[in-house]
Ligand binder design. Structure first.
Ligand code: IPE
Ligand code: MG
Length: 226
């Protein structure tokens, strides 16, 4: 969800105003998922590297998370959304940690949409800590054991990955899981992203041919009836 700061700067607003608008857009996109048969939505909210931002922006983002949880969890619970927080809890304040735990607990029985919020997350952190846990348990490291030790093992690998904000990089997001994801880069700043932009992205996704290493000919054969 990139571009909040630039959205605010264009309006001569403080960066945190862009993050607030970003939360509003996330609410709309979450509501838009079930009717589009999207079962899992994973968003990158705060990276391991975002701690390097000015301290007022970091604390503003922490406050915003706590506030958004307090306000939105009851509605998400009623709407059938299951919240999961992906990332290290180590450097988070007690208030934020409690908020995450409460939100996960309150929505644990929901199954319409799983909303994974990557917060204090980095793809390298995920892979390294999964490998360290396997090594400590003396489990052999294979693609299967590593996959199932990763923080998103409760979900299939993402089919589609959208990055907003006109940047064309992964920035340490889902490094392992995105191996075969279709990538989509939107020029829109995240606070300008809306249902129409989501539909445009999904339309493009529908036109992609996902070969997973195979040839087009092989795919055509497996699609034949019977
Ligand atoms: C993304 O927006 C949100 C977070 C990383 C928390 P940015 O804050 O990166 O916005 P830009 O890239 O400065 O516009
Ligand atoms: Mg950015």
């Amino acid at each position: 969800m990139d571009g909040n700061g630039r959205w605010a700067a264009k309006r001569f607003l403080p960066r945190i105003a862009g993050h607030k608008q970003g939360v509003e857009v996330l609410k709309r996109i979450v509501s838009a998922c079930p009717v589009r048969q999207i079962k899992v939505l994973t968003v990158f909210a705060f990276s391991s590297e975002n701690w390097n931002r000015p301290s007022d922006e970091v604390s503003g983002l922490m406050d915003l998370l706590a506030l958004a949880l307090a306000r939105e969890v009851p509605r998400l619970r009623l709407e059938g959304v299951r919240l999961r927080f992906i990332g290290s809890r180590d450097n988070l304040s007690l208030r934020v940690r409690r908020g995450l735990e409460k939100a996960e607990l309150a929505t644990a029985a929901n199954a319409l949409l799983t909303l994974n919020v990557c917060f204090n997350y980095g793809g390298r952190w995920d892979i390294a800590s999964a490998a360290a846990r396997l090594a400590a348990a003396q489990t052999p490291i294979t693609e299967e054991t590593l996959s199932s030790a990763l923080a998103l093992s409760h979900c299939p690998d993402p089919d589609f990955l959208i990055r907003t904000g006109n940047e064309k990089r992964l920035s340490n997001f889902l490094l392992w899981q995105a191996a075969y994801s279709e990538l989509y880069f939107s020029e829109l700043l995240w606070p300008d992203f809306d249902e129409a932009a989501l539909d445009a992205a999904l339309l493009e996704y529908a036109s992609r041919e996902r070969r997973f290493g195979k040839t087009s000919g092989q795919l055509a054969q497996t699609q034949e009836p019977g």
